[in-house]
Design a protein around this ligand. Structure first.
Ligand SMILES: [Zn+2]
Length: 312
């Protein structure tokens, strides 16, 4: 494996392109990377050194958007249905959602789609199920409360019933699961978690009368249910903001944007070395994010050769 170009050479080229061609740092690094110059141990060292220098460059530049390549598609969602099960009788009534980087909350209803009331009972949700599936399939990451166990399987079931193609299953973050596996609250219900964390939530429960009328597709009831649905998406979003630095499964920002410079999944490049992470036979550098507080670790073992030999 040939030795890649030195960082000095990279830096020269990056700076030049940045000023002459208006290329962003990330775009330039990407271009350099695609030349295959990041292979081999020497180049890894060079790349690390390079990234360090890019970080210091970015820290001195107020426009962090320079390093954003692609918009991360993170979808928060919640559905309301006529039944707990999607087959044979349950129908999808509505899906509330928001994108991480957009402020507004949106909702689609069964009655938004033409001809919904012309289908047979229990098959009236065909168009909304199709629309919901398209929205979900365009996401990189899905966030919901208990949604890998309820919302997504429900939609998948309805698609199968309607003989529609399956919904993609993006990386799925379940706020319920984070609470159940990583925290110790006395209840993991969304409303309770929100209450414990001091996050805005539902004012009250949906009345039985509203549920019954919703099943019969009565407009007033569906409208009431809409507000409930949107509030659940809002609460899920707010709860997730608190849980983000804790969530083990939250993906790396580099994967989402195609960037190379984020050190923390939150999108920050400001991490500080702080101790080591040990496995039975390996040792990794451990880092703490200066912005969100998340702990991460390096990917390469830092056990020295002598110690490694001793451990056989
Ligand atoms: Zn962070």
């Amino acid at each position: 494996m040939g030795r890649g170009p030195t960082w000095e050479a990279w830096e020269e080229e990056i700076t030049w392109r940045y000023h002459q061609e208006g290329r962003t740092i990330a775009e330039t690094i990407q271009a350099l990377k695609s030349r295959g110059s990041d292979r081999g141990e020497n180049s890894v060292r060079h790349k690390r050194e390079g990234l360090r220098q890019v970080h210091s460059h970015i820290s001195s530049s107020p426009d962090v958007s320079l390093i954003k390549l692609r918009k991360p598609r993170i979808l928060y969602f919640d559905i309301e249905t006529t039944d707990f099960k999607g087959g044979p009788f349950g129908e999808l009534l509505m899906m509330g959602y928001r994108w991480e980087d957009e402020d507004d909350y949106k909702i689609i209803h069964i009655y938004d789609y033409k001809g919904w009331n012309k289908e047979r009972l229990n098959l009236r949700d065909k168009q909304i199920v199709k629309a919901a599936s398209e929205i979900i399939s365009s996401a990189d990451v899905l966030v919901g409360h208990y949604s890998p166990r309820f919302d997504l399987p429900f939609i998948q079931t309805r698609l199968a019933v309607h003989r529609l193609p399956p919904v993609a299953e993006p990386k799925h973050i379940d706020t319920w699961r984070i609470c159940a596996k990583q925290l110790a609250f006395s209840s993991n219900r969304l409303g309770k978690v929100a209450e414990y964390l001091g996050v805005p939530q539902q004012k009250g429960e949906v009345s039985l009368a509203t549920w019954r009328a919703s099943k019969a597709h009565e407009l007033w009831a569906l409208e009431e249910l809409s507000e409930y649905c949107i509030q659940d998406v809002k609460t899920t979003y707010e709860v997730m903001q608190v849980l983000k630095p804790i969530a083990r499964e939250w993906p790396s920002m580099n994967l989402l944007t195609g960037g190379m410079v984020y050190e923390c999944p939150c999108g920050s490049y400001r991490v500080a070395k702080n101790g080591f992470y040990l496995t039975k036979v390996n040792k990794y550098d451990r880092y703490k994010c200066k912005d969100c507080g998340r702990w991460t670790r390096g990917r390469q073992s830092v056990v020295d050769k002598a110690t490694e030999r001793m451990m056989k």
